[in-house]
Design a protein around this ligand. Structure first.
Ligand SMILES: Cc1ncc(COP(=O)(O)O)c(C=O)c1O
Length: 381
């Protein structure tokens, strides 16, 4: 099945009872049993729900995984993956991960005896030097949030494979989506998602998911999913399922417009630097092109006028909404230093106060350029 077809059909079939073409929202917490211990595949909705199963199977197919599991949020998926580890284990993470991931690692999981260090994972030498005897997991975000830096997934998988105790390689694929990049095919063990973003795609649901390459990982992760219980409700699963159907179309258009906006911004006098994976001036463009189908819908740029100018641009757009989050049909703009990444202030992960992050939506690109032109003029004025 081609990717576009899998978006619509993978994991889904007409409802066996009614023939409903769309997966029904099975709004039930429990399931009638025909005899004690004889359930019809489902017993209790924390453990399993048919709407969730359709989403999990669909996601597994899109990520070329052996299995998928859905969660109440991206953070719930990330937290569940980290629970595979034991006190004393070390995690080598990218130094440009989502602020909430950093907060979970540092302010929650450190207290349970896990160790974290952060390196620039776009530099293989730093990854190699950062691996320790106790390293049980490598955590990558590529493209990273908010700097859009690219890490070489297959090269890092090879480094991991050379360790005496092979660490699990986990990739947060939220920015790229499986339309652009399939980490499991490049040697990663687990892919995680905030389905809140492109997979849902309409800014109307918070959710998370993971997919695994090896079927043997399903049992411990499904155990944790059920034991910890951070599961999504059936309505939320339905919304993500509906989003998935148009994923290929949406992501391709997001990326087309983002590439055009990156070129436009690179020519603006008030903009010091544009960060976009496939921009010709990006030293990582060749790696991005090799690893990703296109540069994706996210871009960041640094204002010459620093924080004050960044704030003026972000507050100066009319069509592009000032808001956190990303990956929806509407364009969103934000200043990571003051918003999504405020939790990294004072840490090695702190971001440039002059950085502006843009989630390029599906509006006509000319309208987006007009809006940014006005906002940039106000910031420079
Ligand atoms: C790359 C990345 N991973 C994970 C998350 C967390 O996802 P959620 O907000 O759905 O918990 C986010 C949220 O912004 C994100 O950008």
């Amino acid at each position: 099945m081609q990717f576009e077809t899998a978006c619509i059909h993978a994991g889904q079939r007409p409802d066996p009872v009614t023939g409903a073409v769309m997966t029904p929202i099975y709004q039930t917490s429990t399931y009638a049993q025909t005899a004690i211990g004889a359930a019809r595949g489902y017993e209790y909705s924390r453990t399993g729900n048919p709407t969730r199963t359709a989403l999990e199977d669909g996601l597994a197919a899109l990520e070329a995984g052996a299995f998928g599991l859905a969660f109440a949020s991206g953070m719930a998926a990330i937290d569940t993956v980290l629970r595979l580890l034991r006190p004393g284990d070390h995690v080598l993470a990218g130094n440009d991960v989502y602020g909430g991931t950093y907060r979970l690692f540092e302010r929650v999981l450190r207290a349970y005896g896990l160790e974290f260090t952060y390196v620039d994972t776009s530099d293989l030498a730093q990854v190699d030097a950062g691996l320790q005897r106790q390293t049980a997991m490598i955590w990558l975000e590529t493209p990273s949030n908010p700097l859009l830096s690219i890490s070489d997934i297959s090269a890092i998988a090879q480094l991991a494979g050379k360790q005496a105790r092979r660490p699990l390689l986990v990739v947060d694929n939220t920015f790229a989506t499986p339309r652009l990049q399939r980490p499991l095919e490049l040697g990663a063990d687990i892919v995680v998602h905030s389905t809140t973003k492109y997979l849902g795609g309409h800014s109307d649901v918070v959710g998370g998911a993971l997919a695994g390459r090896d079927a043997a990982l399903r049992e411990p992760l499904a155990f944790l999913q059920n034991a910890v219980g951070a599961i999504p409700g059936p309505m939320d699963c339905f919304l993500v399922l509906r989003g998935l159907k148009t994923l290929a179309l949406r992501v391709d258009r997001h990326a087309e417009s983002a590439a055009a906006l990156a070129e436009f911004l690179a020519g603006q006098p008030g903009v010091a630097r544009v960060l976009y994976p496939t921009l010709a001036s990006n030293p990582q463009a060749a790696l991005a092109r090799r690893q990703m189908r296109s540069g994706g819908g996210m871009l960041s740029f640094v204002m010459r006028g620093g924080e004050a100018a960044a704030r003026l641009v972000a507050e100066g757009t009319r069509l592009i909404t000032l808001a956190e989050s990303l990956g929806g049909v509407e364009s969103l703009i934000e200043v990571p230093f003051a918003m999504t990444h405020a939790s990294t202030a004072g840490s090695p992960l702190a971001v440039d106060p002059g950085l502006v992050r843009l989630s390029v939506g599906l509006e006509h690109v000319d309208d987006l350029i007009d809006d940014l032109t006005t906002a940039l003029a106000a910031a420079e004025g």
